[in-house]
Structure formats: C-alpha cells, structure tokens
Design a protein around this ligand. Structure first.
Ligand code: FES
Length: 71
C-alpha cells in the first residue's frame, strides 16, 4: 500500500505543473522527476478548488488519486 493523495489548493486562473513521479511532497512538480520516465501534467484551474493528487504513482487517473493506493 502506497501513500494516499496529496491535497493541493488552486485558484481560478492558476496554471500549475502537477507531479506524477511521486517524488514531490506537496504535489507540485519541483524537477525531481529528472532521471525517471515521468513528466508533470499541466493543469489549468478554472475555479478555486482542492485537487487530490496521486502520491503513490499507481493511479489510472493521472495526475489525480483514484484510490489505487489502498488496493
Ligand atoms: S517532480 Fe514529480 S513530475 Fe516533476
């Protein structure tokens, strides 16, 4: 069982790079994926919202948590 989702608050109009490699602790790409085969997903927030970013890399709904960490 891997780690659960990371909560990420975004504001309307914000564009962020969401980590998919599991190495970022806050869910945002910080360049730690270099050397892996993973790349961040660019997300354009349309509204103020809370995202649940996959922290275990097993999700089928990249970059978001789909519950795979508990399987
Ligand atoms: S640090 Fe994880 S995708 Fe960039």
């Amino acid at each position: 069982m891997g780690s659960g989702p990371i909560e990420l608050c975004v504001k309307a109009g914000q564009k962020i790079a969401i980590c998919t490699c599991g190495k970022s602790e806050d869910g945002r790409c910080n360049g730690s994926h270099v050397g892996t085969d993973k790349l961040p997903v660019i997300y354009d927030a349309q509204k103020d919202e809370t995202l649940y970013v996959c922290g275990c890399t097993n999700t089928c709904g990249k970059p978001f948590c789909d519950g795979s960490h508990s399987k």
